[in-house]
Design a protein around this ligand. Structure first.
Ligand code: SAM
Length: 191
């Protein structure tokens, strides 16, 4: 491990946000899952979440850019378990959902513990997940097509969160607890 590499790992860990995450509900296509993880890495998500009722290990694609090595992915058996896990850790869950009750995604305060729930490519967020989420957010669409690709929607919302967190100084000092920081640095340095 060169000193430069070690410094780089520390620089990235210094910016990890333990209280910002995504929950992917049945996002099956490996290129979408991978693209979302890549964006999650870019905004400093420490751990991402997925609901995968088939229980299989998620498959990654080149679009991840290797981000699966840097963003932990916790897989839950169903949406109830995922929401219970996140809410138990103090997250407010925002469903990216094209519903009547949805508010503009820029109206949300993402400096507070926030999880962005993303739905399946074909069916969107399930009614059960939407019911369990705290609020729905929408990216206003002004064209002919009704929705964005799920990984694009994730990027739009996560970069709004990054923008708010930068302004609030949340990337200015390490946010992981010291034990998690040390353990992660060791895992990253000696995979
Ligand atoms: N027919 C589906 C529906 O009605 O939700 C479209 C699914 S869309 C291709 C896949 C996922 O991307 C959605 O479940 C949502 O999480 C996210 N998404 C796409 N466009 C969005 C938008 N304009 N606002 C909020 N979320 C969006």
């Amino acid at each position: 491990m060169t000193p430069e590499r070690y410094r780089r790992l520390r620089d990235v860990l210094d910016k990890r946000q333990p209280d910002l995450t995504v929950l992917m509900e049945n996002v099956h296509k490996p290129h979408n899952l991978s693209a979302i993880l890549r964006t999650a890495d870019a905004v400093g998500v420490y751990e991402a979440h997925a609901v995968n009722p088939t229980g299989g290990v998620p498959t990654f694609h080149d679009t991840s850019g290797g981000s699966e090595k840097w963003v932990y992915l916790r897989v839950h058996p169903n949406v109830e378990a995922a929401l219970e896990h996140l809410k138990g850790r103090g997250f407010t869950v925002y469903a990216a959902n094209l519903s009547e009750r949805a508010v503009d995604y820029r109206e949300v305060d993402y400096t507070r513990p926030s999880a962005v729930l993303l739905g399946a490519e074909k069916w969107g967020v399930s009614p059960r997940a939407a019911e369990l989420a705290d609020a729905d957010v929408i990216i206003p669409m002004m064209g002919m097509v009704q929705s964005l690709n799920v990984s694009v929607a994730a990027a739009v919302i996560l970069f709004e969160a990054q923008c708010q967190r930068l302004a609030a100084g949340l990337y200015a000092r390490p946010r992981l607890d010291p034990e998690t920081y040390r353990r992660t640095l060791f895992e990253w340095a000696y995979p």
